[in-house]
Design a protein. Structure first.
Lengths: 114, 115
């Protein structure tokens, strides 16, 4: 069964500090992995999307890594800001044999405190 | 360039009633996917529409149905509402039926509350 597990479920960090979120998946065959930021009550907004051949991608203060061999990804937030408070969702897409569906993780809720 | 829009923003219904949610995809997109997101959970895939047909479906009962119009906009219908249907319903649009390969853009969602 295709699954995406994220950790931690939630974390609290002080403004200006860095943090790293983890994502493990079992989706196979793999097509791409995406990280989304979702503010409370709003739709998810894409941060990064990585294919099999990419092992790192940055979007401003957000840097995602991918190890397709171990089926792990991380999202690193540098110099956190209050506006980074949100849920971060890891989404994995399978290729046609996996049904082309997106499999969502449960998300990591990040709270940045001043 | 218009993004994905959804209506209404919020909705309150009673158990047993029926509801219709609407979505207009991002300009240039032809594929619409619908998701249900319970509070504190990740989105769950309901179904995807392309060329006015349902192309893929998640593990949702037949009470959940949809439609796509020639202008690519889409509706999600839920019959015989249950308390457990209370959730944020998200619409995402993309280009092409191969939704796994193309970037999906999400709308702001419709918050449905069933009492």
């Amino acid at each position: 069964k295709n699954q995406v597990e994220q950790s931690p479920q939630s974390l609290i960090i002080l403004e200006g500090k860095n943090c790293t979120l983890q994502c493990n998946y079992t989706v196979s065959p793999f097509s791409n992995l995406r990280w989304y930021k979702q503010d409370t009550g709003r739709g998810p907004v894409s941060l990064t999307i990585m294919t099999f051949s990419e092992n790192t991608k940055s979007n401003g203060r957000y840097t995602a890594t991918l190890d397709a061999d171990t089926k792990q990804s991380s999202l690193h937030i540098t110099a956190s800001q209050l506006s980074d408070s949100a849920s971060y969702i890891c989404v994995v897409s399978g290729r046609k044999a996996a049904g082309n569906k997106l499999t969502f993780g449960g998300g990591t809720r990040v709270l940045v405190k001043p | 360039d218009a993004g994905v829009t959804q209506s209404p923003t919020h909705l309150i219904k009673t158990r047993g009633q029926q509801v219709t949610l609407r979505c207009s995809p991002k300009s240039g997109h032809d594929t619409v996917s619908w998701y249900q997101q319970a509070l504190g959970q990740g989105p769950q895939f309901i179904f995807q529409y392309y060329e006015e047909e349902e192309r893929q479906r998640g593990n949702f009962p037949d009470r959940f149905s949809g439609h796509q119009f020639p202008n690519y906009s889409s509706e999600l219908n839920v019959n015989a509402l249950l308390l457990g249907d209370s959730a944020l319903y998200l619409c995402a649009s993309s280009l092409g039926a191969d939704g796994g390969s193309y970037e999906q853009y999400f709308g702001p969602g419709t918050r449905l509350t069933v009492t």
